[in-house]
Design a binder for this molecule. Structure first.
Ligand SMILES: [Zn+2]
Length: 238
């Protein structure tokens, strides 16, 4: 049995409200014991001094951009997944603004197949509309069956509220959340005291509500709103 003892790390587990300096004994890749002053007998395994380390359950990044397909010269699904693993992430969800856009089951399947060799879980997020053009809803059922865990237009929002509502209803019926970017495209930042002086087009709070249906007028939809107050009009949110 392969044993590794991590000594003196800061062990953090929000699930059990644990945040203490402790030792962790790993046996065959699983946590065997957590405690103080744990020791390994001579030759029984490897002891690693973990003072200054944080030891915690793997982090999950719900918003990544893996550049494959289309921009493999920047990053592949595998290289992005390896970077995630090196940073302590065990699961990542990748946005749909690849080339081609992840707007159909074939692209979703491709991502899942490429991710088979990855050291972390890679969960594809499909776009809400074909080509992220905001005109026609994707075939969410096919994409969900192929592995899409959610739907999102990434740094854009769906400006056609009727279409967006249909998308929310359909995604809800598939038990898939819609990750929405709460920004309408004419604004630069949340309207505030400084913006009139700077001649920037601030956006009001109401579009944020409009594009965050779960937070406002349409209950029972599963959405995960996020905002990017620094992204400029026409500039893709990275
Ligand atoms: Zn993004």
């Amino acid at each position: 049995m392969k044993r590794i003892l991590l000594q003196g790390g800061r062990v953090i587990d929000p699930g059990s409200s644990l945040d203490q300096t402790l030792d962790i004994l790993l046996a065959d890749g699983a946590v065997a014991e957590i405690g103080r002053d744990l020791r390994l007998d001579e030759g029984a395994g490897t002891t690693i001094q973990a003072r200054g380390w944080w030891i915690m359950p793997g982090a999950i990044d719900m918003h990544t951009h893996l550049r494959e397909p289309g921009q493999e010269y920047k990053e592949t699904i595998l290289s992005g997944a390896r970077a995630a693993a090196a940073g302590g992430f065990t699961s990542i969800a990748c946005m749909a603004n690849t080339h081609p856009v992840n707007d159909c089951a074939a692209v979703t399947r491709f991502i899942c197949e490429q991710a088979r060799q990855a050291p972390v879980n890679v969960f594809p997020i499909g776009s809400v509309t074909v080509g992220m053009q905001g005109k026609q809803m994707v075939e969410m059922g096919d994409m969900a069956a192929a592995g899409a865990v959610a739907f999102s237009e990434d740094g854009k929002t769906v400006e056609n509220t009727k279409l967006y509502r249909h998308a929310l209803e359909y995604a809800g019926s598939l038990n898939r959340p819609v990750v929405c970017h709460c920004q309408e495209p004419t604004g630069l930042s949340m309207k505030g005291k400084s913006l009139p002086c700077m001649d920037f087009p601030g956006f009001l709070r109401w579009p944020r509500s409009l594009t965050s249906p779960a937070a406002s007028c349409w209950p029972n939809f599963s959405t995960f709103p996020y905002t990017s107050p620094m992204s400029a009009p026409g500039e893709p949110w990275r």
